[in-house]
Design a protein around this ligand. Structure first.
Ligand code: WQD
Length: 343
C-alpha cells in the first residue's frame, strides 16, 4: 500500500484527512507533537476506519527527530504537511513564535523530502494568502496581497519556499488553499477541538449554544455586505479532507503539468456571519445568544472561492452544504458535552 506521512495528523483537518486516505486505500502514519492537538483524536479515527494510526510525537522544528521518522519509514511515497500554528490573533501577539514554528518545521520536512527522494508533497495553505481581495470569487491567479497577519504571512512564505524548493529537485507538489474549514465527520467520532476560547466563528457558535460560553460577539455589522457582517466561504472539513486524497492520486498518476500547482478549496458560495448564525439556529432549533460588537482587527470584508480548477483537474466536488456543516458541528459539540459529563 502507498504509505503517506501526515504531519499534524492529530489536528482537525489532519485527522479528517487520515480517515479519507485510509478509506481510499492508503497506509498512513502521523507526526504531531500534540502542542496544539490531542492524540485521542486518533482513537476516533480508529473507530471510523478500524485502523490504528501510529503517531510520532516529534517536534518538527528539531531536524534530527524529524529525520528519524523518515529513517524508520523509508517506504513513504508522499507527505501532507498540515503541522503549523494557525491562530490569526495569536500570531499578531507572537509573530516570532509563528515564523519560527511554521517555517522551520516546513524547512525540516522539505529537507527530509529531498534527502529521502519522496516524490509527492501536499502543502496546507489558506485563502488568507489573498489578503483583502478587491473582489470575489478569487481564482488561483488572483493577485495575492500582503497578508493581514503573521499567520497569513507564514502561509505566503510557505508557498514560496515549496515552489522554490521543488523547482530544484524531483519533488512534485500541490498547494491547497483552504477557505474556512468547519463541521465534523458524519460519524461524529472526530471533530474540531479548539484549545481555550475559540477564535473561529463556528466553534464560538456551538460553544455558546451549548452553554460553554455565555454569549458570542458578532464582530461588526457595518461592513459593505448584504447584512453588514463579513462574508466567508465555509467548507466542510470532510470535503477539504477528500481533496487531499484526490491531490495525492493526481500527483501519483503524474497528471500534474507543473511541479507545483495551486488549488482553491472552497464551495464557491459566500455567506455572511449572520447567515451562518441563522442557519445554525434553524438546524439546531436553538436561539443563539449573540450581540453585535466592534470590528475585529485584521478581518477582511469578504472572500469566496472560484473552485473550478479543483473541480476540473482534481475531480473534486464539495458534497456538504451549509446546513450539513452546522448540523455536524452541533452534533459534535453535543457529543463533547456528553463525553465530559460521563468522565
Ligand atoms: C470568520 C468570520 C469574524 C468569531 C481564519 C484564518 C484562516 C483559517 C480560518 C486556519 C469573521 C467572524 C468570528 C466570533 C465573529 N485559519 N467571527 N465572532 O478569520 O475568516 O479565517 O480562520 O486555517 O486562514 O484567516 O475565520 O472563523 O475566525 O472568522 O463574528 O466569535 O466570523 O469576524 O468575519 P477567518 P473566523
Amino acid at each position: 500500500m502507498n504509505k503517506i506521512l501526515v504531519t499534524g495528523g492529530c489536528g482537525y483537518i489532519g485527522s479528517h484527512t487520515i480517515v479519507d486516505l485510509i478509506q481510499h486505500g492508503f497506509e498512513v502514519i502521523s507526526a504531531d507533537n500534540n502542542s496544539r492537538s490531542n492524540a485521542s483524536i486518533l482513537d476516533g479515527v480508529e473507530r471510523i476506519t478500524g485502523k490504528k494510526i501510529k503517531n510520532y510525537l516529534v517536534d518538527l522544528c528539531v531536524f534530527d527527530d524529524t529525520h528519524a521518522v523518515f529513517q524508520e519509514n523509508p517506504d513513504i511515497i508522499g507527505i501532507i504537511h498540515f503541522a503549523a500554528f494557525k491562530s490569526v490573533g495569536e500570531s499578531v501577539e507572537h509573530p516570532l513564535r509563528y515564523f519560527d514554528n511554521n517555517i522551520n518545521s516546513l524547512i525540516n520536512i522539505l529537507r527530509c523530502c529531498e534527502e529521502f527522494s519522496i516524490p509527492n508533497f501536499v502543502f496546507s495553505s489558506s485563502c488568507t494568502v489573498y489578503g483583502n481581495p478587491d473582489e470575489s470569487p478569487v481564482t488561483e491567479e488572483t493577485q495575492t496581497k500582503l497578508a493581514e497577519s503573521p499567520y497569513g504571512y507564514t502561509k505566503q512564505m510557505g508557498e514560496q519556499i515549496v515552489q522554490q524548493t521543488v523547482n530544484s529537485n524531483k519533488i512534485q507538489s500541490i498547494l491547497l488553499r483552504y477557505f474556512n474549514p468547519v463541521g465534523a465527520h458524519n460519524s461524529i467520532e472526530i471533530g474540531e477541538l479548539p484549545i481555550g476560547k475559540p477564535a473561529n466563528l463556528v466553534p464560538a457558535i456551538t460553544q455558546t449554544a451549548i452553554g460553554k460560553l455565555p454569549q458570542m460577539q458578532v464582530f461588526g455589522n457595518d461592513y459593505p455586505t448584504r447584512d453588514g457582517s463579513c462574508v466567508r466561504d465555509y467548507i466542510h472539513v470532510s470535503d477539504i479532507a477528500h481533496a487531499h486524497t484526490l491531490a495525492l492520486n493526481y500527483l501519483i498518476a503524474q497528471k500534474n503539468t507543473r511541479n507545483c500547482e495551486v488549488f482553491n478549496l472552497g464551495t464557491g458560495n459566500g455567506y455572511t456571519v449572520l447567515e451562518v448564525i441563522n442557519t445554525f439556529e434553524k438546524v439546531s432549533e436553538t436561539k443563539l445568544n449573540y450581540q453585535i460588537s466592534g470590528r475585529r482587527a485584521g478581518d477582511i470584508v469578504g472572500i469566496f472561492a472560484n473552485n473550478e480548477k479543483a473541480k476540473q483537474q482534481l475531480g473534486w466536488v464539495p458534497q456538504f452544504n451549509l446546513e450539513d456543516m452546522m448540523r455536524t458541528a452541533w452534533q459534535w459539540e453535543l457529543k463533547l458535552k456528553n463525553l465530559n459529563q460521563n468522565k
